[in-house]
Design a protein around this ligand. Sequence first.
Ligand SMILES: Nc1nc2c(ncn2[C@@H]2O[C@H](COP(=O)(O)OP(=O)(O)OP(=O)(O)O)[C@@H](O)[C@H]2O)c(=O)[nH]1
Ligand SMILES: [Mg+2]
Length: 450
Amino acid sequence: MNDTIAAISTALGVGAISIIRVSGPDSIQIVNKLFKGHDLTKVDTHTIHYGHIIDKEEIIDEVLVSVMKAPKTFTTEDIVEINSHGGISTTNKVLELVLSNGARLAEPGEFTKRAFLNGRIDLIEADGIMNIISSKTDKARQQSINQLSGKVSNRIKLLRDKLVAIIANIEVNIDYPEYDDIDEVTNDKIKPALLSFKEELNKIIEKSVEGKIINQGINVGIFGRPNVGKSSLLNALLEEEKAIVTDIEGTTRDIVEGTINLNGVVLNIIDTAGIRETDNVVEKIGVEKSKNIMDSCDLSILILNNNEPLTEEDINLLNTLKDKKHIVLINKIDLENKLDVSRLKTKYLKISVANDQGIDELKERIIELFNLGELETEDLTYLSDARSIALLKRALTHIEESILSIDNEEPIEMVEMNIKEAWNTLGEIIGETYKEELLDELFSRFCLGK
Ligand SMILES: Nc1nc2c(ncn2[C@@H]2O[C@H](COP(=O)(O)OP(=O)(O)OP(=O)(O)O)[C@@H](O)[C@H]2O)c(=O)[nH]1
Ligand SMILES: [Mg+2]
């Protein structure tokens, strides 16, 4: 049996209303002890009541209290929500009273975790809740609501059903070998079914990668030696003087970030410290950070200076980025050309941030690289997070292995084992099977009170 948890569910600050949410078997009794108005233990479910929150004789606030009894609630437990007047002091005081009367402070995401553990939502839907909160664009919001409404989960359930059908087909033939020639069945029925399943899964993976872009945006890092114009480019893209720009090498020491909306997709643009060998402690840390961002971002923009010959540092950077999604820019084309482009073995764009030249072409190039012009807008019912995409890919590997087993004429049990693994892996996406640590990790990313 769960204990009773409580938290402030609205943003803590000055606002018109704040909501303190309480969930668990004792929630109605606990709030009833602080509430002057109707006897909450006797009211109907899903009703709202006017009254006061009191601390002994003192009136703390005038409130509306919603009482929602199990099981038709967000967590499937009894839930009471106190709508108090906004403000840090009052809201905290009400929460304090709820806690001192027997509730425990909820951990971040604990209400949603309970909704999951009690079978009210699956993991994709839980993730959808968080995505709705963090959506920055209209497309991201639509996708999140599809996730929450179960449309995305259904897609996974349908896939699993198809695997069950294939497994059933195999089982029948293992159990009744005389029923049909087993080799004939695998080649004529199982293999085509697996091939078409593989194709479908591949398409879903492709769409999910797009979904991730819609949902989380694209992290774009700007790299290059000191003074090539990285911060100037950030400012030009953001259309705001966000980063300090000077002609002193090593101006940017820490990362500076900003976001823009490109074709309905968020670009998180990260300006970094110019990369060079340095003895300066602060700058050194900055250079380290730049390298870390280079490892983790979705797109690297490398800037070279048209007004200087190519250096060894430039060549190193070009080599590091070779296998990643990247764009090479030659900046300062308004100045004399001293850079030998024939030494560049890669595509590049020429720009002059100072003259606002080439910025639109850069945006076009990003749109092209990530297919942002073609992003599906009508059917936003795909998975969109790194965890699910990794699991989809793992399921695909199992399917590929099972096809390989058929081709190698391995025993049918080997084929079946891989199909079952694929089925299990897809189950992990919706949380049919999960590990406790995974839940802790997922839900700790939620806000308090959610
Ligand atoms: N002529 C010319 N100057 C530019 C251009 N872009 C940037 N600059 C100048 O180059 C100098 C360095 O620009 P920043 O944007 O600070 O360069 P950075 O790469 O961020 O430098 P660090 O932060 O030191 O790594 C500044 O004086 C800019 O005004 C350009 O297209 N043409
Ligand atoms: Mg800078």
